[in-house]
Each structure stands twice: as structure tokens, then as C-alpha cells.
Design a protein around this ligand. Structure first.
Ligand code: KG4
Ligand code: ZN
Length: 339
């Protein structure tokens, strides 16, 4: 019998330092250190992020190995986020992964962060089924909003993407205007539970095809707040839940309409969501609802694989290892990297 292959995945593209160990497609450990430091600045400060990655990376990788119950020299490969992301953050994970792979003399796999969010759907988990190929994925994070057709673990076709802000950014900026801390997405989600989604209307983008735009929506939200505050200084406090529910409803409505168009255009009825915003309770509900109404098979990631995590990097490394697609140690990190 062939020896079990263990892949270590390291994620450091933004403000989460994460490491995971997979045996094949099974997650043995997935450890994340989030960086609270950015909360007080209302967004990710790149300099502080890379410094925090430097502090976190050794203990995070150590813990991931310990929880998996293996030692570093049992690893058969190391996958790391090569891009896209913040350069200073990428370099910390990248140089750590490179030195470790070189010291252990094992293959190194440079992973595309957005492909990894999608391939998290191929992780072998109890009680969840994996999509088969081809499937459509709406990938919604703090930096990206894309609709992708996945033909195989190596073949991604970008069908549409945002031309300005990402969906997560729209959530975070709306939260910031309301005076909420970063990242605001999860707080909007919480507040919205008690609000009326139709209380406020905002101008919706008119973009052809499968592309998105969220910058106009952000401005429309800001005007609503400014107008409200002029009449009543306590406007935000009084309408917090309704504002949150209404902006969330509008963002999700835009996302779902494009997803419908993608299904119609491609004829593919296996539909997944991925990325940080796929943790949103209303988006998860809406995908299920639309799926059962229209006969789609829907795939929603467990919460631990929605926001940035090492497991999604390791599963992508697993597939790259099957094709022996390892990197040269000299390969550079890429702040921008197209699908
Ligand atoms: O994928 P991710 O962890 O990092 C990037 O690659 O950007 O996504 C982070 C984004 C942030 O904008 C955050 O506000 C959003 O995901 N997010 C949410 C929720 N949880 C995270 N947005 C709405 N509702 C949530 N429950
Ligand atoms: Zn991400």
C-alpha cells in the first residue's frame, strides 16, 4: 500500500494567517490566527498585516502539524497562496513555505487564492456532498466577486466579475458608514436578522452580462444615511437593523440575479457559493431557496471554509500534486493574478 500523502497548506494573502494539514482530501487540522489590530483602523493596514503574519506563522504552522498528529518530515508537499493578495502578506507565507519545502526537500505548490476558495468544495467532509464537473461558483470575498465555470480542478473559466468594488467590500463599506468596526459583513448579517429588508431602497447597478458593479450602491447607501442624519442625528441608531437588512437584501438580490443569468447561459444546474461572503446567512438561505425552486443542486461551504483558511490552499495543493505541478523555489508571489 502506498504511504499516506500529507499536504500542508499555508494562507497569508490578507489578514488571516492560516495553516492546515490534509491527508488526501481529508482535513486533519485547520488553524487560523485572525488579526484584530485592523478593527480600530476600519480596514486592513498592509504594513500591520505583514508584521502580524510574521508573528503568527510559526505558531500557526506548528499548531496545525501538532493537531494533525504528524511531524514536519512526514509531509509530502507544501502549498501556499502565491496570489492574488497584499504583496507584503503574500511574501511572508511564500518565503516561509519555500524555506520549509527546501529544508525538507519536498515539492512546493503555488496556489491561486480564488481557485482555492472554489476547490474548498472538493474537501471530503462527513454529511456534505461534493459537486461534480462542470459546476458554477459565485465567489464572493472582500477583494473579489466572480462567477466561474469549473470544468475540472485545473480548468476555471471566468464568466463574470465586478468592475469596481467586491460584494464583501460593499458590506464592509456600508458598515463603516454606519460607524461599525471592520470587517462589517458579519455585523450587518447579525443586525439584519431583526430588520425589514424592504425598509429602504437603493439604486441598483445596471450592468450588462454577468459582470457586477457595487460602487453606485455604496454611494446610494451613503446618501440615504446623510439625508437621514440631516433630519435626525439619531437616524442610524434608530434604523440600524432596517438599514442592515435593506443593504444586505439589495447586495444579495444583485448577486442572485446574475447567478440566475449564469445558469441560464451555461445550462449548468450545479451551483456553489464560496469566499468570505458565502458565510452570510441570508445568501446561504437564498441560494437554497432558489435552488429548490429552480431544480439546481446547490453547494454551500461549511463556515470554516468560507473565510480565508489553510484547508482550501492544501486541497488545491493536493490536486496540483496529482498532476505533479510543483513550483520552482524562485517563483515570485503575485499581488494580481488572473484566473
Ligand atoms: O474570503 P475572505 O475571508 O477574504 C478575502 O479573500 O477577501 O472574505 C472576507 C470578506 C469581508 O468583506 C467580510 O466582511 C465578508 O467576507 N464576510 C461577510 C460575512 N462573513 C464574512 N459578509 C457578509 N456576511 C457575513 N456573514
Ligand atoms: Zn479569500
Amino acid at each position: 500500500m502506498a504511504a499516506q500523502k500529507y499536504i500542508l497548506g499555508i494562507e497569508s494573502s490578507c489578514d488571516d494567517t492560516s495553516a492546515a494539514v490534509l491527508a488526501g482530501r481529508t482535513v486533519l487540522s485547520n488553524v487560523t490566527a485572525s488579526q484584530d489590530i485592523h478593527r480600530e483602523y476600519g480596514g486592513v493596514v498592509p504594513e500591520l498585516a505583514s508584521r502580524a503574519h510574521q508573528q503568527n506563522i510559526v505558531p500557526v504552522v506548528d499548531t496545525a502539524l501538532r493537531r494533525a498528529g504528524i511531524s514536519a518530515n512526514e509531509l509530502s508537499g507544501i502549498a501556499y497562496t502565491r496570489g492574488p493578495g497584499l504583496m507584503g502578506s503574500l511574501l511572508v507565507g511564500g518565503s516561509f513555505a519555500k524555506s520549509m519545502a527546501q529544508a525538507l526537500n519536498i515539492p512546493l505548490y503555488g496556489v491561486h487564492h480564488m481557485q482555492a476558495h472554489i476547490l474548498a468544495h472538493l474537501i471530503n467532509e462527513d454529511n456534505t456532498s461534493n459537486p461534480s464537473f462542470p459546476f458554477i461558483c459565485l465567489t464572493v470575498s472582500g477583494g473579489h466577486t466572480q462567477i466561474v465555470r469549473i470544468n475540472s480542478p485545473y480548468d476555471f473559466e471566468l464568466l463574470g466579475e465586478t468592475i469596481d468594488d467586491a460584494a464583501g467590500e460593499a458590506f464592509d463599506k456600508a458598515a463603516k458608514v454606519m460607524g461599525l468596526p471592520y470587517p462589517g459583513g458579519p455585523i450587518i448579517d447579525q443586525l439584519a436578522q431583526a430588520g425589514n429588508p424592504l425598509a429602504f431602497q437603493f439604486g441598483k447597478p445596471k450592468i450588462e452580462g454577468l459582470n457586477f458593479s457595487f460602487s453606485g450602491l455604496k454611494t446610494s447607501f451613503l446618501y440615504t444615511i446623510q439625508k437621514g442624519k440631516k433630519k435626525d442625528p439619531k437616524f442610524i441608531d434608530k434604523h440600524k437593523s432596517n438599514l442592515a437588512a435593506s443593504i444586505q437584501f439589495t447586495i444579495i438580490d444583485v448577486l442572485m440575479k446574475k447567478l440566475h443569468a449564469a445558469v441560464k447561459q451555461s445550462g449548468i444546474r450545479q451551483v456553489a457559493i464560496a469566499g468570505g461572503v458565502s458565510a452570510n446567512s441570508e445568501l446561504r438561505k437564498q441560494l437554497q431557496k432558489h435552488g429548490s425552486e429552480h431544480g439546481w443542486s446547490t453547494y454551500i461551504p461549511p463556515f470554516s471554509y468560507c473565510t480565508d483558511n489553510g484547508a482550501m490552499i492544501a486541497i488545491t495543493g493536493h490536486y496540483l500534486s496529482l498532476q505533479k505541478k510543483s513550483d520552482k523555489i524562485a517563483e515570485t508571489s503575485l499581488a494580481r493574478w488572473s484566473m
